[in-house]
Design a protein around this ligand. Structure first.
Ligand code: PMV
Length: 362
């Protein structure tokens, strides 16, 4: 598929009005995307677990205008309240995708969106938010052209979501999604996420992710700035190569179910992501002292308990604690006894691997 395959072509009759609701999950990368080329093209391939509990629900009502507008006409409610400061981000997104969904200026939209996780929990809502909005728009496209197939619509939603926030393209389906050209997955693409096509050992079914909210405030450096700092970064080329190598290793691990190898790849990826931040110019640190404390305690506990708990990080201070279903009792007890004390106000979210976005009937 190329970019032009995603342009809605032909002349259709547009529906006059309607309302669509989608709930899209967040995702956590195991091999990280960090660094991009123009037009939201990733500098390296990545793979993620789709989450289940952390999600954004977006309701999109649309009403056809008497005349096509010269600008994007929409109102935005976030958790029931008007949210003017989110509007520029949505406008930028709509500008980027207009070429592919040419009906945008034919309508006035009411966008109502809410997250399952608390606002300012340090959990990025851009992946689930952009995925949910893209799915709503693609559903309108399906009303315009009912002959479009489900598989294409999912791919298009992922394609559009990527233009809003790169990692959002991995939030349409589950349970393991790969994004970015990678030699061992023929169908992989820089333009959208694809379902991981190979066998995955049963030990990865129902994998748990308990998200420890170490710091709920705004990040000091945004992902956009962080990605940008990978240009002229002294270690960038090696890092991009390493992501391919780690995907190779992960493929073998998923097949064999070797959790020790899984841990080594996932933790190294998390620390490499933060090492890239610490070695860019200007350099920055998003981990907090409690992030380090939690990591050290996970290492100590893993050694003494012989369980397979491990951690990963996104671009922030929060810690994602990953563990298999068979060890959930022991690990969760450890989290409560030893780790929750390092969370801001003792807050954490119990999540697990999920199976993708759902349309909610209105
Ligand atoms: O989607 P963005 O531009 O917010 O970048 C996300 C980058 C990481 O979360 C750090 C890694 C990833 O692959 O999700």
């Amino acid at each position: 598929m190329t970019e032009s395959d995603f342009v809605l072509k032909g002349s259709f009759e547009y529906p006059l009005e309607g309302n669509i609701v989608w709930k899209a999950p967040s995702n956590i990368a195991l091999v990280k995307y960090w660094g991009k080329k123009p037009n939201q093209i990733p500098a390296n391939p990545s793979i993620s677990f789709t989450l289940d509990a952390c999600a954004t629900t977006t309701s999109l009502s649309f009403k056809k205008l008497e005349q096509k507008s010269n600008f994007f006409s929409f109102d935005l409610l976030f958790e029931g309240k008007a949210k003017e400061d989110f509007k520029p981000k949505i406008t930028t997104f709509l500008e980027r995708i207009e070429k592919y969904v040419p009906f945008l200026k034919e309508y006035h939209f009411n966008i109502e969106t809410s997250n399952s996780f608390p606002h300012s929990s340090g959990i990025a809502s851009s992946a689930s938010g952009m995925a949910a909005l893209s799915l709503c728009l693609v559903s309108i496209e399906k009303m315009i052209n009912p002959s479009l197939e489900e598989a294409f619509l999912k791919q298009k939603a992922s394609f559009l979501a990527r233009l809003g926030s790169g990692s959002a393209c991995r939030s349409i389906e589950g349970d393991l999604i790969q994004w970015g050209e990678y030699k061992n997955i023929t169908e992989s693409s820089n333009l959208y996420g694809v379902k991981y096509p190979f066998d995955v050992h049963s030990v990865f079914k129902n994998y748990h992710d308990t998200i420890l909210l170490v710091h709920k405030g705004q990040k000091t450096v945004s992902s956009t700035v962080g990605h940008d700092l990978m240009h002229n970064h002294p270690f960038a080329e090696e890092r991009f190569k390493q992501a391919h190598i780690n995907l190779d290793k992960l493929n073998a691990t998923f097949k064999e179910g070797n959790l020790d190898n899984f841990i080594a790849i996932v933790e190294s990826e998390a620390l490499t992501l933060h090492a890239m931040m610490m070695t860019s110019l200007p350099y920055f640190i998003l981990m907090k002292p409690n992030t380090m404390e939690i990591i050290n305690r996970i290492w100590e506990f893993r050694k003494r308990s012989k369980t397979h708990v491990c951690f990963t990080l996104d671009a922030g201070a929060n810690v994602h604690v990953l563990y298999p279903e068979s060890e959930k009792k022991e690990v969760f007890q450890f989290i409560k006894d030893e780790l929750v004390a390092f969370c801001e106000n003792g807050h954490y979210i119990c999540d697990r691997i999920g199976y993708g976005a759902k349309e909610l009937k209105v």
